[in-house]
Each structure stands twice: as structure tokens, then as C-alpha cells.
Design a protein around this ligand. Structure first.
Ligand SMILES: C[S@@+](CC[C@H](N)C(=O)[O-])C[C@H]1O[C@@H](n2cnc3c(N)ncnc32)[C@H](O)[C@@H]1O
Ligand code: SF4
Length: 427
């Protein structure tokens, strides 16, 4: 005999008793949960500098070069940043929250004058509450001179991230940058001398790369003995010189297979030297020197982003500032916040975001996911999890889902597949 839909629907006893005042009922409510509400939530800060020495051939970021003297323009931008910090702090009560990390990104923040760096930092100190924050500054080697590094140290900067990309001079030359291996090593020594944690960015798959040039870059980067090494896959974007060169048939990039081979080689060499992955593109000595800002970002913690085109996320909102420099400043001069657009993540979006960004941190905590959403991720999208295990991208334990070496190499593939499965199940 076959079962009908009626057989499977539980019978509901008809009763007028049991008035519902709350869900879930009081018996589940705890004092420690109330305390969690009262505790101020940690805050992370991003500050954008849109200026660069040059426009690198591969770079897609919204930046502008400094060909002529633009001191007045930069001073105006820094004034706008300070106004934004003041307005946002008041509007969103940012001073009530402990600031755990500050990230000066770009562009090239090390291009800012000592005076302007001090002005921004003074403003942050006045309108935020510093809780012994990790303070990172991104920089290009040619811009990190000793006096600038000493100044960064005096401002409390404790992490310096240098864009090196390649240590083979002939490859760097093709990107339009003015750095050389010599500049890079000088900058690394200066950065280390400040006592800060030093990260070096490399890019696998730059134009002209060969097995020999890449092996040289990796070998020299390891010889630099920095705390942290980041290997980005070169991504091709329409707003770059690389893209224009490919369209005109004047430039060729390494194929996807070659790029994958370079990335695999770098990971093998880096791990052999005792570096461990802390996310799928950054490796730190012994897995230490955790990067608080990036880790917070991939965990979906709050990041307030200041500056032109800067994007951040507060609660379940993602927001981005105005992308036009003139409009950014004039909006602030009129006393308004320069937020241009936003997205409100619904419950399903938040779940998918936790998966796609969380997977970047190599391990995704099943318990944390269950606590947040009341669902077990593995049971929620079992066929996809099984397929990813079978194809060798992840391993699964009771505690977590972890990327394998293959998963690390394929970047966001795993996160994207899992997030799509979460999205499909929850639809
Ligand atoms: C915003 S830049 C800041 C660093 C600094 N401006 C410099 O270039 O020295 C941060 C990093 O993004 C990476 N990057 C830029 N364009 C990229 C692309 N098209 N694909 C992959 N990584 C890229 C580079 O490794 C760069 O060091
Ligand atoms: S890679 Fe760095 S220096 Fe080059 S254009 Fe991009 S942000 Fe500027």
C-alpha cells in the first residue's frame, strides 16, 4: 500500500491552550547570551589610498598615478578621509567598539607624506578606540625609504606588506614598475628593521614568466626570510594594459596550466621552508604571525572602509563608497557620508558568504556554522561535499572541512561550488 501526503503530515491536536509570547521559549534564554549582546563587537578598519607611482600593466585596482606635483590634491583627499572618519564614527558609534585591526591599502599608502600619514592616524585615534590593533601598511619597494619606515614605526605600524610581484628584473620591467631586485631587498631589510611583521606579495603568471625566472623569484623570496609570503594568481581584468595587449595580439600570458604549475611549484618550495598556509594564498613562518585583518575579512566580521571606492561590511550590509575622487571629496565637504551603494544580505546570503569566504581560510569550522545557522553544512549539501571529497579538493572531519593542496591551488573553486550548493538547497 502506498503512503499519501496526508499520512506523513503530523496530526496537530486542536487546542486553545499554549499562548505563545516568544520564540524560542524563555527556558532557552541565558544570562551569558545577554552579556554577548552587551559586549561591544570588535571592529576592523580599512583606509584606502588611491595613489601610485605608476599604473602597473596587470593591475585592476582603482588607482591614479603621480606624474606631476599633486600635493594640494592629496592634502584635500587626506582632509576628506579625516572628515569621513569623524562623520562615520558619530553616525555608527564606532568609538564604542574596540578596533582590532587597521589596514592601509591601495594603491600605495607608503607614497603618502609623513605629515599626511600622521594626520590620518591622529584622526583614527581621536574617533576610534584602539584595542592594541594590528596596523598594516601596503607599500611598493621604491617608496619605502628609511625615514618613511621609521615614521611608520613611530605611528604604531606593526605589519608591512610589500608588493614585490617578481624578483626577476626582466619580468618586473615588463609590468611598467620601476622596482628592481635590489630595491626589493633594500625595502625588505628596511621593513624588517622596524620590527614589523613583513609580508611579500608575489604574482604567479606574469607576462614573460618562464620556469627559470619563476624559480629564481621563489628562491630569492625565500632567501629574504620574511615572516609571510603571499602568492597571487595573476587575474586578467578588462581595465588593464595586459588585457589591451592580449586584445591587440602584442602580449601573451602564461596559460592556465602554466600558471597552475608555477603556483604549485611556489607552494611546494615555500612549505619545504617551514611556511604554512593561513589562507589559500598566504603562507607564514610556522603558521604564525596571523593576519588579523584578512582573517576577520574572510570570517565576515565587520570592516568599516574609509576612502574613495572603498568597500566594507557592517552587520548584514555590504557597502561601497563613491568611486569618483572629486565626488568623494565634495560629498564629504558638504557634510555627507560618501556611501554610494550597498547590499543587504538575507539569511541565505549570509550562509553562502560564510562558506565562500570562510573556505579561503583553509578550514571551515562545522561547529561554528551550526551555532550560527542551526544547520550542519555537510548534511545540508551532502552530494556536493561528497563530490568535492572524491575529486580531492577537500577533506571532511567531524570538526571541519579542509582544503587539500589541490583545493588550495584551485583558489575559490571549492568555496564557490559549496556556496552554490547551499544556495540551491536553501532556495
Ligand atoms: C593593491 S596592491 C598594493 C601594493 C602596492 N601598490 C604594490 O603594488 O607594490 C596589492 C597586491 O595586489 C596584487 N595584484 C594587483 N593586481 C593583480 C592582478 N591583476 N591579479 C592578481 N593580483 C594582483 C599585487 O600582488 C599587489 O601587490
Ligand atoms: S600593483 Fe600596486 S603600484 Fe601597481 S598600480 Fe596596482 S596598486 Fe598601484
Amino acid at each position: 500500500m502506498s503512503t499519501t501526503a496526508q499520512d506523513t503530515v503530523p496530526r496537530i491536536e486542536l487546542t486553545r491552550k499554549g499562548f505563545i509570547t516568544n520564540y524560542p521559549p524563555y527556558r532557552y534564554w541565558r544570562p551569558e547570551t545577554a552579556q554577548r549582546l552587551l559586549d561591544p563587537k570588535p571592529l576592523n578598519i580599512y583606509v584606502h589610498t588611491p595613489y601610485c607611482v605608476q599604473r602597473c600593466a596587470y593591475c585592476h585596482y582603482k588607482t591614479t598615478t603621480l606624474n606631476e606635483n599633486r600635493k594640494a590634491e592629496i592634502d584635500r583627499y587626506v582632509q576628506s578621509l579625516c572628515t569621513e572618519i569623524q562623520l562615520a564614527s558619530k553616525r555608527f558609534h564606532l568609538k564604542e567598539r574596540p578596533t582590532h585591526s587597521i589596514y592601509f591599502g591601495g594603491g600605495t599608502p607608503t607614497l603618502l607624506s609623513k605629515e599626511n600619514l600622521s594626520r590620518i592616524m591622529d584622526c583614527l585615534r581621536e574617533h576610534l578606540t584602539f584595542a592594541d590593533p594590528e596596523i598594516t601598511v601596503e607599500g611598493e619597494p621604491v617608496t619605502l625609504i628609511q625615514a618613511k619606515a621609521d615614521h611608520l614605526k613611530s605611528l604604531g605600524v606593526n605589519r608591512i606588506s610589500l608588493g614585490i610581484q617578481s624578483l626577476a628584473d626582466e619580468i618586473i620591467l615588463k609590468t611598467g614598475r620601476r622596482d628592481t631586485e635590489k630595491h626589493a631587498f633594500k625595502a625588505i631589510e628596511i621593513a624588517k628593521g622596524t620590527g614589523a611583521v613583513v609580508n611579500v606579495d608575489l604574482m604567479s603568471g606574469l607576462a614573460g614568466e618562464t620556469d627559470a625566472t619563476w624559480a629564481y623569484t621563489v628562491e630569492r623570496a625565500l632567501a629574504a626570510d620574511v615572516h609571510s609570503l603571499t602568492v597571487y594568481k595573476t587575474e586578467l581584468y578588462a581595465n588593464t594594459e595586459y588585457y589591451a595587449g592580449i586584445k591587440k595580439n602584442t602580449l601573451e600570458l602564461p596559460s592556465d596550466d602554466e600558471e597552475l604549475k608555477y603556483a604549485a611549484y611556489a607552494i611546494e618550495q615555500i612549505e619545504a621552508k617551514g611556511y604554512l598556509p593561513v589562507n589559500f594564498f598566504t603562507f607564514t613562518q610556522g603558521g604564525g604571525h596571523m593576519q588579523r585583518h584578512t582573517t576577520s575579512k574572510w570570517r565576515g566580521d565587520d570592516i568599516y572602509a574609509f576612502g574613495v571606492s572603498a568597500f566594507g561590511s557592517i552587520g548584514s550590509f555590504s557597502v561601497q563608497n563613491i568611486s569618483d575622487l572629486e565626488k568623494y571629496s565634495s560629498t564629504l565637504e558638504a557634510g555627507e557620508l560618501p556611501i554610494a551603494r550597498g547590499y543587504h544580505l538575507n539569511a541565505k546570503d549570509l550562509m553562502a558568504r560564510d562558506v565562500v569566504l570562510g573556505m579561503k581560510l583553509i578550514h571551515l569550522d562545522r561547529k561554528a556554522f551550526r551555532q550560527r545557522y542551526g544547520l550542519d553544512l555537510v548534511r545540508l549539501c551532502e552530494p556536493m561535499v561528497n563530490a568535492l571529497v572524491e575529486e580531492g579538493f577537500i577533506t571532511v572531519s567531524d570538526e571541519r572541512l579542509s582544503l587539500t593542496r589541490k583545493g588550495i591551488l584551485w583558489g575559490d573553486y571549492t568555496g564557490r561550488q559549496l556556496a552554490a550548493a547551499v544556495d540551491a538547497v536553501a532556495s
